[in-house]
Design a protein around this ligand. Structure first.
Ligand code: BGC
Length: 376
């Protein structure tokens, strides 16, 4: 597809601005803040951060991505004792409460926030390993500086991958979510190929990755497409990640194609993407990061025209200063629920670094933006 020059120029500018926004909101520790102007998002999430670092790596912002990975490694290393104690308790058969596991988000110093939160999510502990591995391969960079913390993360998810936990949206803690499992699969598949890990660690990682893949694939075969959680049938846009980028299924796998069709039928309207039917958070708007993820998946699935349409949809939602919000309210699933969130937490989180990261990734993927080393 040929892209009109003016539109491509605007996308390239927005992509460059996205790099600036991400850089400006990376703490000196290396942590990325989820959103600087939204009080409960002034922390660093491993999930958001993994996608942000991956986008920066693709953009050629090597120091930024590596500063984040080093922060992850230090943060995990500081909890090696906690992880080993949790594993010992699991082996001894004792019950572990959700609030005893590692948290979802950290302060930029890598500490617990000390505030109540839906704080048990596993996906980020796999996603950053996937992003680290992809970065090392992309730029032929050594893994060694981050290996100690990465191996703590690998130990943690190898032991607890099948524990029910909060999903990408910090909901439904009693289920085992397919997009969470995909991230763990992506991380463990990476670890299985690391020369710096022991034979045992690599074998365990490969074994668990295989079991995760078989579990999700068998559940998808039962349902006809990948379900939001094992044993269920609900649709969620985060399921795109099962293929793009975590490759638990290939984009052209019939089960993934069926999953995409159900996402398109239920959640995509006019290019915008809802998280899931029944979403009420800020009225259940359309999420920019999901539109960009859909575009990325289209690009991987050989549908560049559809990918470009998603890129244009996101670009059209940039605010005059080039910032991207978390979601937009032009097509709400639950319009009556918007005001209560605005009263509780203020306007929709803007800028959301994860939105910028996904836009950047899609723009790079389509060749509309170029990595730093090749920019003139
Ligand atoms: C979303 C999470 C995200 C967090 C920070 C939450 O509202 O549900 O997926 O990690 O915001 O961006």
């Amino acid at each position: 597809m040929s892209i009109p020059t003016r539109a491509a120029g605007r996308v390239a500018c927005l992509a460059a601005h996205s790099v600036e926004i991400i850089r400006a909101n990376q703490a000196s520790s290396g942590a990325y803040v989820a959103s600087p102007n939204f009080p409960v998002y002034r922390y660093s999430w491993l999930r958001d951060g993994a996608f942000i670092a991956d986008a920066m790596s693709r953009a050629g912002e090597i120091e930024s991505a590596e500063a984040f990975f080093a922060w992850c490694s230090r943060t995990l290393l500081a909890r090696a004792g906690t992880v080993d104690a949790l594993i010992a308790r699991r082996r001894a058969g004792s019950t572990i409460r959700h609030d005893e596991f590692l948290p979802t988000r950290y302060t930029v110093e890598g500490e617990e926030t000390g505030e109540p939160w839906t704080d048990f999510q596993l996906d980020g502990y796999g996603a950053w390993l996937w992003a680290l591995d992809a970065h090392a391969r992309r730029h032929a960079r050594p893994l060694d500086p981050c290996l100690p913390g990465a191996l703590v993360s690998a130990r943690y998810i190898t032991a607890f991958w099948d524990e029910p936990s909060f999903d990408w949206w910090e909901e439904r803690p009693d289920e085992r979510h397919s997009s969470t499992l995909a991230a763990l699969h992506g991380g463990l598949t990476a670890v299985a190929g690391w020369a710096g890990a022991t034979e045992q660690v690599r074998r365990d990682a490969a074994g668990v990755a295989g079991v995760i893949r078989a579990t999700v694939a068998a559940d998808a075969a039962r349902n006809g497409c990948v379900a939001k959680w094992l044993g269920g049938s609900a649709v969620d846009a985060s399921l795109l990640a099962v293929a793009t980028p975590f490759r638990l299924l290939e984009p052209d796998d019939p089960l993934m194609a069926a999953t995409l069709r159900s996402i398109e039928a239920d959640l995509v309207r006019g290019g915008g993407v809802h998280r899931y039917l029944g979403d009420t958070y800020y009225g259940g708007g359309q999420w920019l990061l999901l539109a960009a993820l859909l575009g990325w998946h289209y690009a991987e699935a050989g549908r560049p025209d559809d990918a470009w349409r998603e890129l244009a949809w996101v670009a059209d939602r940039a605010l005059p200063d080039g910032e991207f919000p978390e979601q937009v309210t032009e097509d709400l699933l639950a319009p009556g629920r918007l005001a209560e969130w605005e009263e509780r937490w203020g306007p929709i989180a803007t800028p959301l670094l994860w939105s910028h990261a996904m836009f950047l990734t899609l723009a790079l993927q389509l060749g509309v933006a170029r990595p730093r080393a090749t920019r003139g």
